[in-house]
Ligand binder design. Structure first.
Ligand code: ADP
Length: 481
């Protein structure tokens, strides 16, 4: 099949493909060409309420299936995703801008959550608790929470959905998904695959359109038991506020400001490899991307020199062209933020060692950039840049590095390189982050708990902890005669 076979221009509600009641649509652009890739319905509150009703109606039968029965359907979904990895990856790359190799990689990564949770759903064990009284017995059940509302971002149009869809389906929940308006086609393609896999109508629904209206209905409707969101801290705060009214369970994967520390005892070449992957994957547009490099005096010059050399050899280009390392950024606002952070750093005395400007390809292509001499109070060290701009800050001792790394309201990912075992433990324990990459720049996998502390979020995705977030605990107290 070709990617166009998966390019659905309608929403999926209650097992039917449908348009907005108003007939409204909006364009979806290929950020790499600026051309219209297709259109999707502009739905709002009414259609969202309909999708929630469908999810609620589908809930009893889906919940009543055994975990093994659900797992069989999920396995089919996984197999279909992998079977069509190429066209799905192409669709993803064309709507999102990431190089095709990364687009295909994301499909495999995303499918992994479906496979893993299908298996883990069978292990949603409860408990039998030794009783406090001779005439009582205590049993704890874990039950799927109910109808889930999922709101997802554009940077991983497949995997940020499957990370929520996998545990929801495995736990016996039904779901209404609102994908980012920049990348709805990968979400609708997942609905196509759910239909092909035979997942019953109403279990999975995808609604595109107005974020405020769809989000507003998902957070306000009492039939929705849980909101799971990946996006900015700012929107996450609003959603939490809205959910307070009906006291919904919330999972929030919010912004990050990941530090990357390189100590004098590090393997610098390994640190460069880690830096490249953690900073420039998806053009720097991931919430676990390194945002600030802190490098100790003794290896500072070697590190910045080698990093600049590697970065200056990266190939910028259209996602589907061979050998491309960096694709187009998602939109003009994104590239302007990179420019703003760069200008602020240069005004404060930082130096460009590689890149430093838009690419001659035009559009939203930006040359991957390294700047040295960055100060901790500059914008690129304080705010999430979300682009291919690496700023390097010098430090002298471990305590200073930890203080600087933790000096942020965010606490998602962090990374450091050291070969001293005692230091590895000290620093790992001291970093205020939900995830710590130690001598590696790549930490995401479906088998491990992904999530943040501080204002980077609530809850975890992936792993057994990710399933817990979709389960409620029910305590049975049984009197016996
Ligand atoms: P980013 O654009 O950096 O991914 P956002 O937080 O702006 O982060 O968007 C993430 C998701 O949240 C997208 O699907 C977006 O459409 C949605 N969104 C944006 N504003 C709202 C809102 N007010 N209510 C609900 N969802 C929203």
């Amino acid at each position: 099949m070709r990617y166009t076979d998966f390019l659905k221009q309608q929403c999926y509600i209650d097992g039917k493909w449908c348009d907005a009641d108003s007939g409204g649509i909006f364009d979806v652009l290929d950020p790499g060409t600026g051309q219209v890739l297709g259109t999707v319905p502009k739905m709002g509150q009414v259609e969202t309420a309909r999708a929630i009703d469908a999810a609620e109606a589908a809930l009893p039968a889906w919940r009543a299936k055994t975990a093994g029965e659900r797992a069989k359907l999920m396995r089919k979904l996984y197999d279909l995703m992998m079977e069509h990895q190429e066209p799905l990856g192409e669709l993803l790359s064309r709507e999102q801008g990431k190089p095709f190799a990364e687009g295909k990689g994301e499909i495999a990564y995303g499918a992994g959550f479906i496979e893993w949770f299908a298996e883990e759903g069978k292990r949603a064990y409860g408990d039998v608790i030794p009783s406090h009284a001779a005439d009582r017995r205590i049993v704890v059940l874990k039950q799927g929470i109910g109808v889930v509302g999922a709101i997802t971002p554009w940077n991983f149009p497949n995997a940020m959905i499957t990370r929520k869809l996998g545990p929801a389906l495995a736990a016996g929940c039904t779901i209404v998904i609102k994908p980012a308006s920049a990348t709805p086609f990968s979400a609708l393609a997942i609905a196509v695959l759910c239909e092909m896999a035979g997942i019953p109508a109403g279990v999975v629904n995808v609604v595109t359109g107005s974020a405020g209206q769809i989000g507003g209905e998902l957070t306000a409707n009492p039939k929705v038991a849980k909101i799971t969101f990946t996006g900015s801290t700012e929107i996450g705060r609003d959603l939490l506020r809205e959910c307070a009214e009906t006291v919904k369970k919330c999972s929030m994967e919010l912004g990050g400001n990941a530090p990357f520390l390189v100590f004098d005892d590090a393997d610098v070449d390994a640190a460069i490899d880690g830096a490249m992957i953690s900073k420039f994957r998806n053009g720097g547009q991931t919430c676990v991307c390194t945002n600030r490099f802190y490098v100790q005096d003794g290896v500072y010059d070697e590190f910045v020199g080698k990093l600049a050399d590697r970065v200056s050899r990266m190939k910028v280009g259209y996602a589907m062209d061979p050998g491309v390392d960096i694709g187009a950024m998602i939109d003009e606002k994104a590239i302007e933020k990179v420019e703003e952070h760069l200008e602020d750093a240069l005004a404060g005395g930082a130096t460009v060692l590689a890149g430093g400007k838009r690419s001659e390809l035009g559009g939203t292509y930006f040359c991957p950039t390294v700047v040295s001499g960055v100060k901790p109070d500059m914008k690129l060290a304080r705010e999430e840049t979300f682009g291919p701009l690496a700023g390097v800050i010098r430090f002298t001792d471990e305590a200073e590095a930890i203080r600087l790394a933790n000096d942020t309201e965010f606490g998602l990912a962090s990374y450091f390189y050291s070969r001293d075992l005692s230091r590895v433990w000290r620093v790992a324990e001291a970093l205020e982050a939900g995830m710590v990459g130690i001598n590696t720049g790549l930490i995401s996998t479906e088998v491990a708990p992904f999530g943040g502390v501080k204002q980077s979020g609530l809850g975890r995705e992936g792993s057994k902890y990710g399933l817990e977030d979709f389960l409620e605990v029910k305590y049975l107290c049984m009197g016996i005669q």
